[in-house]
Design a binder for this molecule. Structure first.
Ligand SMILES: [Zn+2]
Length: 521
């Protein structure tokens, strides 16, 4: 069979071959059942995966691989396990792992306000723990790589950035961190234009407490110079302008220059809500995607979170530029942002990845929930059912699409020779696979992450028997509980902690109604 023939190829002659040397430790997964993209054979039974160093060296029927048993450091039995490429969570914000269940569902512009109210006393250690908490949840539920659009309550703060990357370094997940940077808020400016007087509030005044934008750009550059491609390339830095309406053209230009200087990607929010899209039109005189195109931001290696409120011609711009859109269906529903036109994006050949978004708008980091909702929310009666997303397309977005968002399409997303060894073994005897039919349907509609048995990232086993091997999860939970108990975190305090919060929410709601419904301002 053609597919097995391909899988049996070794990496000799491949561009990666010179990176795999005889001295690298080898890991053998023996007799697993490999998820296959072919319609007739959804699983290739009884396969071996040979890993050398950070990469997969060979894959094929059990017992047939050309390997020296004396060089194999470890053998893991794959009996009863399904092997699939690791999921990529292509959009989240790790600080929000401590902000899950912070507010009831609200429109994005209102939901943001209480997040800046300081119920949590942030410290570099707490930021570290926050990144760890989410990374552990992701690894245990089959996510091997994350794109963290890291916003903090202090702008680009080197201590918080380093603490976050240290967490990813320690826990063993593949991480691309894009520190969010911003210098304006066109939503507030649109309100001020209309005579709204926003009261003093941590969200309204946030820029006043942050270092000057030049200092933040320098901190961002220092961060990239320190961490980009650390630990054999497992840790990467991206440039993360916060969003179209949160960044001045000058800041966007600085971000572009940084990404070109360090040959790294760009990640930003784009036209997430109808209000944002309307205000971008009003203030910039054009749609957000057309504006990004004019600025030179749309290109391979750029990924846009959400991109829901698109104009005519935007899908062509996105497809033509090889820009990836990260679809976040749970967050989009939680904040009532709208529905990304997934079928139309697929139709136009747009690169689509999937993301959880931060836990303040999801409220978990489990990508299996994202897969399932992607497989449900687009099944609308006004759409031709043949355009409803197929499980293969959903898993492709969660693996290959995520790889494209990280600009690692040549290296991630497949269990095949020469690829980076990022994969997951799931227990096919667990209830979600019983009785087993099409594994793609099981993975999208039945699995919840609980069947994940083993996770390998960059050639290292980081989850075994469902438990993270790199850090002590129970100790981390205990430290978080202790920190909250001793640092003024009061679970009873929520949205009304600052007297001005309600006033800001009322004003923003009036602005929304004025712009979207022609209401009074
Ligand atoms: Zn986001």
């Amino acid at each position: 069979m053609h597919s097995i023939g391909y899988l049996q190829q070794s990496v000799h002659g491949d561009h990666c071959a010179n990176e795999i040397t005889n001295s690298q430790p080898q890991l053998l997964i023996r007799g697993c059942n490999l998820l296959s993209p072919h319609a007739q054979t959804r699983l290739l039974y009884n396969q071996d995966i040979l890993v050398a160093g950070t990469r997969i060296q060979a894959v094929g029927p059990s017992g047939t691989l050309d390997c020296n048993p004396f060089r194999i450091e470890r053998i893991i039995s794959g009996e009863g396990l399904i092997a699939m490429a690791g999921l990529v969570n292509a959009h989240t914000h790790s600080l929000e792992n401590m902000l899950k269940a912070t507010s009831p569902s609200l429109p994005l512009e209102l939901w943001l306000v209480p997040l800046f109210v300081d119920t949590v006393k942030w410290s570099p250690r707490f930021v570290y723990l926050s990144a760890l908490l989410g990374a552990i949840e992701m690894l245990k539920t089959g996510t091997t790589a994350v794109l963290d659009h890291l916003w903090t309550v202090a702008g680009v703060d080197p201590e918080y950035l380093n603490a976050t990357m240290q967490a990813y370094n320690d826990v063993g997940i593949r991480a691309a961190v894009a520190p969010a940077i911003e210098d304006q808020d066109l939503v507030l400016e649109a309100g001020i234009r209309r005579g709204l007087a926003f009261p003093s509030h941590p969200f309204i005044d946030r820029f006043a407490h942050w270092p000057a934008i030049d200092a933040q750009v320098r901190a961002l550059e220092q961060f990239i110079a320190t961490w980009h491609n650390a630990d054999d390339g497992r840790l990467r830095c991206l440039v993360g302008p916060s969003g179209i309406h949160w960044c001045s053209p000058a800041l966007l230009q600085s971000c572009l220059e940084l990404s070109e200087r360090y040959q790294t990607g760009i990640h930003l929010h784009a036209v997430e809500t109808e209000l944002q899209a309307a205000i971008i039109h009003e203030m910039l005189g054009q749609g957000g995607i057309a504006y990004l195109d004019k600025m030179g931001v749309l290109k391979r290696g750029t990924s846009l979170a959400h991109a829901i409120w698109l104009d005519q011609g935007d899908l062509e711009l996105l497809a033509g530029s090889a820009t990836t859109v990260v679809h976040n269906p749970i967050s989009n529903l939680r904040l009532g942002s709208g529905r990304f036109p997934l079928a139309e994006a697929f139709n136009h050949g747009v690169s689509v990845a999937l993301g959880s978004d931060g836990s303040a708008s999801n409220d978990t980091q489990n990508m299996f929930g994202v897969l399932k909702l992607t497989g449900l929310v687009h099944n609308q009666p006004d759409k031709d059912y043949k355009k409803w997303p197929h499980p293969d397309e959903i898993l492709d977005a969660a693996t290959h699409g995520g790889a494209r968002a990280l600009d690692m399409a040549a290296e991630l997303g497949d269990i095949a020779p020469g690829k980076l060894a990022d994969f997951v073994l799931l227990d096919m005897n667990a209830a979600p696979f019983l009785p087993l039919r099409d594994p793609y349907l099981h993975l999208v509609y039945c699995e919840n992450g609980g069947s994940v048995n083993t996770v390998v990232v960059n050639g290292k086993v980081v989850v075994e028997q469902g438990l993270v091997t790199t850090v002590d999860e129970q100790e981390i939970h205990q430290e978080i509980r202790h920190y909250c108990a001793t640092h003024g975190f009061n679970p009873a305090e929520s949205i009304d902690i600052t007297p001005n919060t309600n006033e800001v929410l009322t004003l923003l709601d009036r602005l929304r109604r004025h712009i979207l419904e022609n209401g009074d301002v």
